[in-house]
Write a protein that binds this ligand. Structure first.
Ligand code: ATP
Length: 305
């Protein structure tokens, strides 16, 4: 039996370029791995089967569409294993459809867990290629830490970070579909008259002030540089998130933003004490389902114990 811990991510910068002919957007995506994460346990079994526990378990598909099952099958196919056998149990703490790449995290964890269970010793560059095939956010869940993602987010460059940053995540009732949020982003750009194609919108790049704040371990500077081009679209689809962002800011957060495509909201705070206080204030505010205090960066998917 192999248990793998895998982090959720928050995008401290999510720059979204115009819509490309292939339907994707060019991104300048600074991923940050936080300790809030899932655990995926792989046990020898016949066929590929799944189970899931945790408060959001009912929202997780247990069929072949689950990224953990797809990862197991993809790894098996790569090694020519015709009839793979594994049971994968997902202990789910990452909000589902929350903009924290929970499904991608489970895909990365399943790659690592099955690789260990089946004693395949797949080199990391190969695991990264398989991860990119599964989805744009899966490679980052393998490497963790803080990284700049280009292209669709799958071309990763690790970034230097000093120390630990403290975060609070406010979990919303229900999820948001990532494709729907990108479509709303395009629609808002059309409505504003700026155009939404990759010839209208400049290719985004990482913000030097944000990179410096990370390298210096300066939470006040990082808070000032937090930026998410999908935030207006997430707020347009879910206007109530404005009250969540306000509640965390009023409770003392240094900075606030929607996490990825939302609807989870992320708050950067000064230290662990401030995290506990802001999480408590958010839970009491009635503007979210629950709130978690956590920290990062932490490593990517790795075998526990
Ligand atoms: P991202 O931030 O990468 O856009 P997200 O965090 O918003 O993703 P996920 O939690 O990854 O969203 O789930 C999106 C959808 O993916 C779910 O609604 C579900 O149908 C499907 N899904 C597939 N595998 C999983 C999994 N292991 N855990 C959760 N959802 C999964």
């Amino acid at each position: 039996m192999i248990t793998v811990r895998v982090p959720a991510k928050v995008n401290v910068q999510l720059g979204v370029g115009g819509l490309r002919a292939d339907g994707f957007h060019d991104l300048a995506n600074v991923f940050f791995a936080v300790a809030l994460g899932d655990e995926v346990t792989a046990t020898a079994a016949e066929g590929v089967t799944l189970s899931c526990s945790g408060p959001d378990a009912a929202a997780v598909p247990l069929d072949d569409s689950n990224l953990a099952a797809r990862a197991a099958r993809l790894l098996a196919a790569h090694h020519g294993i015709a009839d793979p056998g594994v049971h994968l149990h997902i202990a789910k703490a990452i909000p589902v459809a929350g903009g924290m790449a929970g499904g991608s995290a489970d895909g990365a964890a399943a790659l690592v867990a099955c690789d260990a269970l089946w004693q395949l010793d797949t080199p990391l560059p190969v695991l990264l290629e398989l991860a990119a095939e599964l989805g744009s956010d899966v490679p980052f869940a393998l490497v963790g830490g803080v990284a700049l993602g280009r292209g669709r987010g799958e071309i990763l460059e690790p970034l230097a970070v000093e120390g630990t940053f403290h975060w609070v995540f406010a979990v919303a009732e229900g999820g948001l579909s990532t494709p729907a949020v990108f479509r709303e982003c395009d629609r808002l750009r059309e409505e504003a008259g700026t155009g939404s194609s990759d010839t209208d919108v400049p290719t985004p790049d990482a913000d030097p002030a944000l990179l410096a704040a990370l390298a210096e371990g300066d939470p006040v500077a990082l808070a000032a540089a937090l930026a998410n081009d999908l935030q207006p679209a997430a707020l347009s689809l879910r206007p109530a998130l404005a009250a969540t962002l306000r509640a965390g800011t009023e409770a003392g957060a240094l900075g606030a933003l929607v996490s990825g495509s939302g609807p989870t909201c992320a708050f950067l705070v000064k230290d662990a004490e401030a995290a506990a206080a802001v999480a408590g204030a958010l839970r009491a505010s009635g503007t979210c389902r629950t709130a978690h205090a956590t920290h990062g960066p932490v490593p990517g998917a790795s075998v526990a114990g």
